[in-house]
Structures are given as C-alpha cells and as structure tokens.
Write a new protein. Structure first.
Length: 121
C-alpha cells in the first residue's frame, strides 16, 4: 500500500488492496493504512467521504483485527469494476455533513409521554 498524504489534514490519498475473508457472508473491505488513519486522526465509527477509483464514496470507518477499514458494497465494487484482491486508489476525509435521523411517530409520542411522566416522579 502506498500513501500520499496531502497538505490538507482533512483529506488523504492512498492505494489499498480490497480484502474479503473466506467464508459465507463476509464483507469486502478496504483497509486504511495506519499512517493515513493517524494523520487524519480516524477512529472507528467516524463518518468519512471521498472517492474510490474516482467514484464518490460516503461511509463509516470500522475496526477489526487491530486495523481500520471501510466496507465496499457490491454495488460500488461493480461500479468501479473491482473485486477482492484488486488495488484501488482512495481519497478520504472526515464527513462533517449533517445526518438526518427520521424518528418514527410512535417513538416521538412515547418520548413525549415519558418526559411528561417524569414531571410527576
């Protein structure tokens, strides 16, 4: 894996080999080199955005076996024409965009009822 760290601390480019462990139901993922994760200060569960072989990518960083990685869905692998064992070029940075969470109506009603009940306890 080769890394080229840009001057912009929020974004780094690197190459990595797509990996898929043996077994049924395993994911294909792109390991993030340690020098990149250290430079960008990435941690598990952080949201990132960037590109993989020039195609836009948004994902969350995951941890496993002492390394950080991003799962590369089949749809995205098909789009870039890559599979496990292929080397890809990635550019990653932190995704600071807002995330919208749609709360189901029944949960909202339950939360309101719960907060009203606490006033009497």
């Amino acid at each position: 894996m080769n890394a080229r760290v840009s001057l912009d601390k929020r974004k780094s480019s690197f190459t990595t080999k797509l990996v898929r462990p043996e077994g049924v139901g395993t994911w294909t993922f792109a390991p993030i080199p340690v020098d990149i994760s250290d430079h960008v200060d990435l941690k598990a569960k952080m949201r990132v955005r960037g590109t993989i072989d020039g195609v836009p990518l948004r994902s969350s960083v995951m941890a496993g076996s002492g390394e950080l990685f991003i799962v590369i869905a089949k749809e995205l692998r098909d789009k870039i024409g890559r599979q496990a064992g292929d080397v890809v070029k990635m550019t990653l940075g932190l995704d600071a965009s807002n995330t919208t969470v749609n709360i189901p109506t029944d949960l909202k009603k339950g939360a309101i009822h719960e907060s009203e009940s606490k006033d009497f306890v």
